[in-house]
Design a protein around this ligand. Structure first.
Ligand SMILES: *Cc1c(COP(=O)(O)O)cnc(C)c1O
Length: 402
C-alpha cells in the first residue's frame, strides 16, 4: 500500500536532483517522436549550439542518456589509455569516487590528499606538475563544485597553474553540480573535457550526461583512448552533424533540456549565478546565527550551490534529517562517506526563490530545535534580513520582453 497523500509540495532540498519546474515537466510530457525523422534533426541542430552556450563553448558537446557517472567514464575512456597516469585531488566524496573509477579502469592515479574542507589548491597542482619531468601525467581531474562538502574549486587558477608549469596534461573538470548554477566557461578557462549531468543546475530529471570537449581532447581521442564503443565520441559527433544519434537518444529529456535552456536564457546566466550566490549568502547567515559551522573553510571556495552544515559533537545529522522529512516533508542532503552523520547539506540550487529558501531554513531551524541540537533561534531571521537587503538576481524582474 502506498503512503497516504501529504498535502502541499514536498521540499526537495538535496543538492540534486533538484526541483523540476512545471514548464520543464510539461515539455517532457510531449509525445516521443521518431529519432530518425526530420523533426528530431531539427530539435538536435538547434539544441546543440544552445547547450554550447551554457557550457560557454563553441566546440562539440556530447549528450549521453546516462547519469553523471556515465559522463565521468566517457571523459576518461576517450582521452586516456589503460596505464596512463592522472592527477586527482581528494576534495570530497565525489572526487574520491571519480578517482576510484579511474583506478578501476586501469589508470594510475596520483591522488593528492585533502581534508574534505578545501578545494583543489592551485599551488599543489603546480608543484606536482613541475616535478613530473617526464610528462607522465596525462590528465588533471578536478571536481569544480564538490557536492559532498559545499566547496568550489577555482578552475581558472588551476588552469593558470598548469600553464605556469608548462605541462601538456589535459584538464578534466566535473561540473555536474555547478553547471548553470555557478559561473563556468569551458573555452575561456581552457578546459579540455567538461563533465556535466542533467539533474542539478539544469533543473531536469536525472538521465542526461554531458561531455564538452576541446580540440586538444578531440585530438587525444582520435589518436588513442581506451577500447570503447557506446561512449566513443567519434560516432556521436559524426551523427550529430546531421542532427542524429547512433542510438536511441533520450528524446523527452532533450525536450526538457531545450525548455531548461530557454528558461535560463530568459533569466540570463549572470542573473542565475547571482541568485545562487545570494541564496548561499543568506543560508550561511542562518548557519552562523544558529551558532553552527559550515564545512567549507576557505571563504573564496564557499559553494553557491549547497551548504554543508557541521553538527555539534554528539548530535547525529541523519536523525535531524529524518525528523525534518517526517514532520515537514522536506528532504535534505545526507553526509556522504566519512561525513555520514556529521553534516547535513542544504541544496539551494536550480529552480529556487527567496520564499522557498525561507521555507527551507524554517524547516531546518525547527528540525534542529526539535532534535535537541543547541542552536540560537536566530538563523531564519538572519537569512530574511539578508534576503531583504538585496534584490533577487532574477525573480523580481519576471519574464523579460523579447
Ligand atoms: C551528483 C554528482 C555526481 C554523480 O552524478 P550521478 O548523476 O549521480 O551519476 C558526480 N559528481 C558530482 C560533483 C555530483 O554532484
Amino acid at each position: 500500500m502506498s503512503a497516504p497523500h501529504r498535502a502541499g509540495r514536498h521540499f526537495l532540498q538535496i543538492p540534486g536532483p533538484t526541483n523540476v519546474p512545471d514548464r520543464i515537466l510539461r515539455a517532457i510530457a510531449q509525445p516521443t517522436i521518431d529519432h530518425r525523422g526530420p523533426g528530431f534533426a531539427e530539435l538536435t541542430l538547434a539544441l546543440l549550439p544552445a547547450v554550447g552556450r551554457i557550457f560557454r563553448t563553441s566546440e562539440p558537446v556530447i549528450i549521453y542518456p546516462s547519469s553523471g557517472t556515465g559522463a565521468w567514464e566517457a571523459a576518461l575512456v576517450n582521452v586516456l589509455a589503460p596505464g596512463d597516469r592522472v592527477l586527482a585531488f581528494e576534495t570530497g566524496y565525489f572526487a574520491a569516487l571519480w578517482q576510484e573509477m579511474a583506478t578501476r579502469l586501469g589508470l594510475q592515479v596520483e591522488f593528492a590528499p585533502g581534508d574534505w574542507r578545501h578545494g583543489v589548491e592551485p599551488e599543489i597542482v603546480h608543484q606536482r606538475l613541475v616535478t613530473d619531468r617526464h610528462r607522465a601525467i596525462k590528465a588533471v581531474m578536478v571536481v569544480h563544485n564538490e557536492t559532498s562538502t559545499g566547496v568550489t574549486s577555482r578552475v581558472p587558477e588551476i588552469r593558470a597553474a598548469i600553464d605556469a608549469a608548462g605541462h601538456p596534461a589535459l584538464l578534466l573538470v566535473d561540473t555536474i553540480s555547478s553547471l548553470a548554477s555557478i559561473d563556468y566557461r569551458h573555452d575561456e578557462w581552457g578546459v579540455d573535457v567538461t563533465v556535466a549531468g542533467s539533474q542539478k543546475g539544469l533543473m531536469l530529471p536525472p538521465g542526461l550526461g554531458f561531455n564538452a570537449v576541446s580540440a586538444k581532447a578531440l585530438d587525444a581521442a582520435e589518436q588513442g583512448g581506451f577500447p570503447r564503443s557506446y561512449f566513443d565520441w567519434g560516432p556521436i559527433i559524426a551523427a550529430n552533424r546531421d542532427g542524429f544519434y547512433p542510438y536511441t537518444p533520450a528524446t523527452n529529456l532533450l525536450y526538457g533540456l531545450r525548455e531548461a535552456i530557454a528558461m535560463l536564457e530568459e533569466q540570463t546566466l549572470p542573473a542565475v549565478f547571482a541568485r545562487h550566490e545570494r541564496h548561499a549568502q543568506a543560508t550561511r547567515a542562518a548557519v552562523a546565527a544558529w551558532g553552527l559551522d559550515v564545512l567549507c573553510q576557505d571563504e573564496r571556495e564557499q559553494s553557491a550551490v549547497l551548504t554543508a552544515v557541521v553538527m555539534p559533537d554528539g548530535h547525529d545529522a541523519d536523525a535531524v534529517r529524518d525528523r525534518i522529512l517526517e514532520r515537514f516533508n522536506m528532504s535534505l542532503g545526507a553526509g556522504l562517506g566519512r561525513l555520514k552523520g556529521r553534516v547535513f547539506r542544504i541544496g539551494h540550487l536550480g529552480d529556487f526563490n527567496d520564499l522557498m529558501l525561507a521555507g527551507t531554513l524554517c524547516g531546518v531551524e525547527m528540525g534542529l530545535a526539535l532534535s535537541g541540537v543547541p542552536i540560537a533561534r536566530d538563523g531564519v531571521a538572519a537569512a530574511l534580513a539578508c534576503l531583504e537587503t538585496t534584490a533577487c538576481g532574477d525573480s523580481a524582474s519576471g519574464p523579460r520582453p523579447a
